[in-house]
Design a protein around this ligand. Structure first.
Ligand code: HEM
Length: 454
């Protein structure tokens, strides 16, 4: 077969294709390049060659785990200073990943997560109570943070009882901002940032210390009756090798869950409420479902499978634009994609999630629109393989998916049950901010108690 060169923007003699990337918002570069050059684009970024794929067909090919595997570089590699070989930042085949993966998969499975219903309800009730008094939001990230800490380690940050941010949350936010900056600087620039490197070190050490203290405390005072992730990490053995997780691996994964679990879930909920308020009919329909299924009762685990419309609103939100906008793989061996493009194993392949999720060949001509009904009309179960990928791919897909989905359905339901929701600024135009994840910037909602709901 004839090979065809991958489309590439003009190459500058010195900066190559570097100017094509917007360092503060890498996803936006993917979107712009896909619009200009199509389903596949190549960039020479001096340190690496990046291939961006933006169609379902090509993504489907590079998600084949026999030929491609997760690529840990750039921002992910920088995060290894903080998260080490934790699940999210582990290299493919890294031994501690395999142990942790096998030990933790059941602990994050749907059955285990269902048992966390009371802990989730506890935290969401705190949010509802606070909104009832104050009438405003800005607390979604506190919700996600407190939930993962309580479900994961039976630890209470009590964010809703503080006016300022919890020091741990502050340390984490500063670390992530710095990691994002480091990922976009050269090695020489980074070596000159001695002050911020020192600050980061202090922050990271403080976070590790809290994790280590929680572990030591649990070892001193075992709580065999609690169903949390920490117990699984301390007590379970790898079913294949009989090994336990090392103390270091436990610490790295505790931090991983706190980081991976809170920005993503809170960002997804912000996008959901943005979509609801821009499409009031969907909001109304979801609220009618909540009234029909739950009414004035206290939300119960049995209600969850009946909240179908709420669920598809969340799925559709993650399709239109979710908190994770790309994932990276590389070929295990030099290969050909799309039947005609040569890809070598040293290239970074970046899957542009918006490209798959807005592919009109899969989702139809209204792919850009928020229309949850498409997910009911068989659009979800019948969608082709690898057409909906907000939680990533294969064995490196999101381990927290069930946790996040249950938390999002419960939160949405408990908010809709009690409140009418409004935008603080009805003329708000969606603009985005990009840190480790993407989320709406400056998007504010306010709530008022629905009549007869107390
Ligand atoms: C991995 C998305 C919530 C923990 C991933 C990946 C995606 C993702 C796309 C794959 C990353 C890659 O390929 O490099 C999301 C979304 C969430 C969410 C959209 C919420 C709406 C959570 C939660 C946790 C979590 C609540 C909590 C524990 C992880 C971990 C990994 C991961 C540990 C790495 C898994 C591995 O490679 O073994 N997530 N996530 N995520 N996520 Fe999530």
């Amino acid at each position: 077969e004839d090979l065809v060169p991958i489309p590439q923007p003009p190459v500058h003699w010195f900066t190559r294709n570097m100017p094509e990337i917007e360092p503060a918002f890498p996803a936006r570069s993917n979107w712009r390049l896909a619009a200009m050059y199509g389903d596949i684009v190549k960039l020479d970024l001096v340190k690496e060659t990046v291939v961006i794929v933006s169609s379902h067909e090509l993504a489907n090919e590079v998600y084949d785990e026999t030929r491609f595997e997760k690529h840990v570089a750039g921002g992910l590699k920088v995060l290894r200073d903080v998260l080490g070989a934790g699940l999210f930042t582990a290299y493919p085949g890294e031994h501690s990943w395999e142990t942790a993966h096998r030990i933790l998969m059941p602990a994050f499975g749907p059955i285990a997560i269902k048992k966390m219903f009371p802990q989730m309800q506890d935290i969401i009730s705190q949010l509802v109570l606070r909104w009832d008094r104050l009438g405003t939001d800005n607390e979604i990230h506190r919700l996600a943070f407190d939930t993962i800490a309580l479900c994961g380690f039976s630890y209470r940050f009590n964010s809703f009882y503080r006016d300022n941010t919890h020091p741990f949350a502050q340390q984490m936010a500063e670390t992530l901002i710095e990691a994002g900056k480091r990922a976009n600087r050269t090695a020489i620039e980074n070596s000159m940032r001695i002050f911020s490197a020192e600050e980061t070190k202090k922050n990271v050490q403080a976070m590790w210390k809290l994790c280590d203290e929680l572990v030591a405390d649990r070892r001193r005072n075992p709580k065999p009756e609690v169903n949390d992730i920490l117990n699984a990490m301390l007590n379970r053995e790898d079913p294949e090798t009989g090994e336990k997780m090392s103390d270091e691996s436990i610490r790295f994964n505790m931090l991983t869950f706190l980081i991976a679990g809170h920005e993503t879930t809170s960002g997804a909920l912000s996008f959901l409420f943005y979509n609801f308020l821009r499409n009031p009919k969907t909001f109304q329909k979801a609220q009618e479902e909540v009234d029909r299924v739950v009414g004035d009762n206290i939300l119960d685990a049995r209600h969850i499978p009946q909240l179908k419309y709420v669920e598809v609103c969340i799925r559709e939100t993650l399709r239109v634009l979710g908190p994770i906008t790309q994932n990276q793989v590389h070929a295990k061996e030099d290969t050909i994609v799309g039947g005609k493009y040569k890809v070598t194993k040293d290239m970074t392949i970046r899957v542009n999630l918006r490209g798959i999720h807005h592919d009109a060949r899969v989702w139809g001509p209204d792919a850009e629109e928020f229309r949850p009904e498409r997910m009911l009309e068989g659009g979800f179960e019948k969608a082709p393989r690898n057409a909906w990928k907000p939680f990533g791919n294969g064995e490196r897909a999101c381990i927290g998916r069930s946790l996040a989905e249950q938390e999002m359905v419960m939160t949405t339901t408990m908010i809709l049950q009690r409140f009418q929701v409004h935008m603080v600024d009805p003329s708000y135009d969606l603009h985005l901010k990009s840190t480790l994840t993407v989320k709406p910037a400056d998007f504010k909602i306010k709530v008022s108690r629905r009549p007869n709901k107390d």
